[in-house]
Ligand binder design. Structure first.
Ligand code: SAH
Length: 358
């Protein structure tokens, strides 16, 4: 999926410029799975590309389909890191949720991925490829991708350039052609990323995982708050809104007895004000942590307090729970793989270092 490299290779082999365009279109708009399928290219060229720059870098290790139509694919990178991507259905629209990192270093206490630690950042190609693979699976069912969200494993703003690179690739009207407004990046509150996104010409949506309206509670749930306290985070959000005139989607996970009291709804309303934010209350999906989802009447009461204070809010239904595809459930099983992979890497580093250190 490194299509710039493919183009450079084709040029280096003395191929005419239109071959590069044909290859690019087949890989993006055409959703080709391998060069062998790209019949617009001569057979010899297909073979050469196949051996020197295979089209797909990720292997799909496992695919699951849930009762509600959610599709989850567990991928492995060429060097063995696990990642997951999910396609959900809302009415007749399809949202694809992709990973930006294998694992995540931010260690939010309620999140399965957070308990894995970081494997590595994904490349722009690996991020875009998750979308293209799911798009081709959906195409087989006569469905198409309407939205892409960077809400899978990882913190997208810790891998800013690759994430934006993937968004630009997916956005390109000569290729996959997904509208910028059909893409969203979700952050745990990594301020430098919010500041950089505010200055981008591309109109991608921003979602902020807030989950608590004060530093003390938020630090308990999301250690990243120590690095970027709410005052700094909210200042960055205000600057983003001034610069882009776009509103920010706030995600607020409803955790029973932890962050769901009426008093906290009032604090949240004070923090956000009545303009510029839309709050999505999210059902907590069980991941083996001690947290439980708030009961429905508590969620309704919390939402009513927000509404009474003029804050726009809605409740996000959970998809794909039966296949562990819902928010925060990605790669619970991948965690074991990642641990194995890391200890192998440590052993080989130790092995290669020991002669020098002796
Ligand atoms: N790191 C980014 C994007 C990945 S997490 C972020 O924090 O926004 C995507 C969303 O899933 C976040 O809002 C996260 O808080 C939420 N989430 C994590 N674990 C969850 C769980 N068990 N149930 C429901 N949502 C969860």
């Amino acid at each position: 999926m490194d299509l710039e490299r493919v183009n450079a290779l084709l040029q280096g082999w003395g191929e005419p410029a239109y071959r590069g365009r044909q290859a690019y279109e087949a890989a993006t708009r055409g959703l080709a799975a391998e060069w062998g399928d790209v019949t617009a290219l001569p057979v010899s060229l297909r073979r050469r590309l196949q051996s020197e720059a295979p089209l797909r870098e990720l292997s799909a290790a496992e695919t699951q389909v849930s009762r509600d139509g959610t599709v989850k694919v567990r991928f492995e990178t060429a060097d063995g890191f696990p990642i997951e991507a999910v396609a959900m259905r809302h009415r007749n629209r399809r949202t694809v949720c992709v990973s930006s990192q294998s694992g995540c270093p931010l260690a939010c206490t309620f999140c399965a991925t957070g308990s894995m630690g970081l494997g590595r950042n994904l490349t722009a190609g690996e991020i875009a490829e998750q979308v293209l693979v799911l798009a081709s699976m959906l195409r087989d069912r006569s469905e198409r991708v309407n939205n892409v969200v960077m809400m899978g494993m990882g913190e997208p703003f810790l891998n800013y350039d690759a994430v934006l690179g993937a968004c630009r690739l997916l956005n390109d009207p000569a290729g996959f052609g997904l509208g910028a407004r059909q893409m969203a990046i979700s952050t745990a509150g990594w301020v430098p990323g919010i500041e950089r996104l505010a200055a981008e010409p591309i109109q991608i949506k921003l979602a902020l995982s807030l989950h608590a309206p004060n530093d003390a509670l938020r630090t308990e749930l999301m250690p990243v708050t120590k690095r970027f306290p709410l005052a700094r985070l909210m200042a960055a959000c205000r600057a983003y809104r001034v610069a882009t005139r776009r509103r920010i989607f706030v995600e607020y996970l409803m955790l029973d007895g932890v962050n769901d009291a009426d008093g906290l709804a009032i604090e949240l309303a004070d923090l956000l004000g009545t303009e510029g934010f839309h709050v999505n209350l999210i059902a907590y999906n069980p991941t083996g942590s001690p947290y439980r989802a708030s009961p429905p009447d508590r969620v309704a009461a919390f939402a009513a307090v927000l509404a009474a204070h003029g804050v726009s809010a809605s409740y996000r239904r959970s998809h794909g729970q039966d296949i562990d595809a819902a928010c925060g459930q990605l790669a619970v099983r991948g965690a074991a793989e990642l641990r194995r992979r890391r200890s192998r890497a440590r052993r080989s580093v130790a092995g290669s270092r020991s002669p020098a250190s002796r």
